[in-house]
Design a protein around this ligand. Sequence first.
Ligand code: ZN
Length: 432
Amino acid sequence: MKASDPVRPHAVQGRGRDIHRLMAELFPICRSITGDGFRRTLAILRRHIPVEVREVPSGTRVFDWTVPKEWNIRDAYIKGPTGETVVDFKGSNLHVVSYSVRVKATLPLAELKSHLHTLPDHPDWIPYRTSYYEEGWGFCLSHNRYLALEEGDYEVVIDSTLEDGFLTYGELFLPGATEEEILISAHACHPSLANDNLSGVGLATVLAKDLASVPHRYSYRFLFIPGTIGAITWLSLNEGRVGRIKAGLVLAGVGDKGDMAYKRSRRGSSEIDRAAAHVLRRSGCPHRLLDYRPDGYDERQYCSPGFDLPVGRLSRTPSGEYPEYHTSADDLLFVSAEALEESYGTTRAILDVLEGNRLTVNLNPKCEPQLGRRGLYAPEASDNLALLWVLSRSDGRSDLLEIADAAGLPFSAIGEAASRLVQAGLLTEKKE
Ligand code: ZN
């Protein structure tokens, strides 16, 4: 009987470094919810996994929303009264408010200031701002740079296009032994931000690569989508097939040094919620289990009442709880290979539980079966305990995960005991 921590077996394979390396490659790209930055990101992922690129035309109605125009940017800068460059998009893609319309103008400082965004509490950081659904333009800069601006006229250039095009997203389907699916969703629409966005993209990519090389019971569907509008678009286009989703995980913010956190699905006690709680409680590491609430990432769409899918979210420090969130301080140094490794191992451990979990029926329910006669009896009483728990609770109503929790044993021990009992003809899987 294995009583080992179910997290660690997967957590020592250098996956954190693999994820960090991929994030570093993706980091410089100026992404947004549409446009060539998103396409370039998918092209890099395609070197690792055969993710399919989907394009949905601007103007497509998706539930209460409309797929927006496509935004692309080539260059942007502000030049000061003496001709010096004050802000340069080439230095950081955070400098331009995402979805800024094309601008070429000369403005006095007072007028320019209404288009500038800074963080007075963190005067060295550049904020990240967007204006997806309201046409406008703006620049983001450090508060210290802002304070140093002198009176005079400023030349402002944003060389961007906002026109009919496409919303691009990536989808990868890994068929399993059953048609039931596990959904793994990561938003991939942020520019140079590491923890928010790229950590989830990197983890999902390495996970997909690993799962593609091993047999699995469930089919897996990976989505690399723009936040909010991407999930809404996918759900709108795939409404007929969401019934196959047995469980799902939104991966976001999995690279910072904070504790692991799992946010339950709206259902609260679906199988993914129980699996995540089991893994985190047994991990031996500090962690948080959070109830569902209607803010956060794309779990908001998957868990909206018209879908109510069993999709939870795995993160570390929740967004909004760390000051680096949506600023230039969320960079490649803010995330660590160690944290990414632990997040990867936790994800694999949760999926292992789902893969192994079953409803079982005791085929010899009248009194205990004679274990010794079948070579199942161990001299140490504690070694028989998992077998006895499985036999005792296999009435077709409790799944193996519930039995593990009731027994206070790791899922791996209960799963292994169940396998031995099936082999001995004492247990069978209940088909739902
Ligand atoms: Zn974000």
